[in-house]
Design a protein around this ligand. Structure first.
Ligand SMILES: [Zn+2]
Length: 114
């Protein structure tokens, strides 16, 4: 199986599916990525996650591959400088600023062995 850090490194833009995979790998919880709306009686309806069946699940997955703030939450404590330097040095993209969250996320996941 391809490592999550390698999958992030191979991206050419932010990717919500990968964001959900990162959330699930880090937390061990369902990211509730597939929400179904269930019609009830009359005007009632509710949302249910089709994977874990939780009702009215919170949408908590952050944009790890698109937001520097979200990507930084993946960095193991005390390794911020090391991860940032690695991300900065490996980022050769034209749209450097936009690409940086992906490089930070990839380096952080690699540091976590993911
Ligand atoms: Zn779920």
């Amino acid at each position: 199986m391809t490592k999550l850090s390698d999958r992030v490194a191979a991206l050419t833009g932010s990717d919500r599916e990968v964001d959900h995979d990162i959330y699930e790998a880090i937390t061990g919880k369902c990211s509730h990525r597939h929400i179904m709306t269930i019609d009830g009686d009359g005007d009632c309806w509710s949302e249910v996650c089709s994977r874990c069946c939780e009702e009215e699940p919170d949408h908590v997955t952050r944009a790890y591959t698109g937001s520097i703030d979200a990507a930084m939450t993946l960095v193991p404590e005390g390794r911020e400088a090391e991860i940032l330097i690695e991300a900065i040095n490996s980022n050769r993209e034209t749209d450097w600023t936009k690409a940086l969250p992906r490089y930070v996320a990839s380096a952080a996941l690699k540091a976590r062995g993911l």
